[in-house]
Design a protein around this ligand. Sequence first.
Ligand code: DX5
Ligand code: ZN
Length: 217
Amino acid sequence: MSGKIIISPSILAADYGKLAEEITKVVDAGAEYIHIDVMDGHFVPNISIGVPVVASIRKVTSAVFDCHLMISNPIDYIDAFVKAGADLISFHVESNSDINETIKKITSANKKAALVVKPNTPINVVFPYLKDVSMVLIMTVEPGFGGQSFMNDMLPKVTELKQEIERQGLDVDIQVDGGVDSETASLCKKAGANVLVAGSYIFKSEDVKKAIEILKA
Ligand code: DX5
Ligand code: ZN
């Protein structure tokens, strides 16, 4: 993990009617990743977007597509997301899919795999898999909706994960997602996170470039 902070704007907060424009705007403003929230109305109580949208927006940018799968059976959809242009695929440890098998499916397609934990899931669940993944995403809100308040009590999980990654001598990114803004971003970085997802804070801001600079600073 480098010391550099990576910003992954969540397009859940973008205007889907002009998605291409919204993506170009944040990439031009300095975002390295695009965070794509995929929801099935089953794993989480909301439905967002899926494979065809990923394929369409793939033509818009070469930024890293960071696909956050909030779906019950992620293993069944890995091939489709890979084909659509996902670079990094995150799936929940609470899903129904076998963790090792799903990681293997992603990495054998030469894509980066990440594990996600919901707020009530203890972080040590991911420890046995750290050597096999590129990133761990710690949810800082209950998954399903944008615009929720950041859960401060998730910060000790970030620190604990960072310590374990160091203990194992690994290079694994730590991502946080939910309620990240100018204030909570500093707390996340201090705790050890290096990939910040932000939806509302970036897309609802008047000056997107400045918002991204503030998150990185
Ligand atoms: C929530 C999603 C998040 C969400 C973050 O289920 O995983 O990516 O879009 O939105 P904000 O930054 O508005 O909390
Ligand atoms: Zn997300």
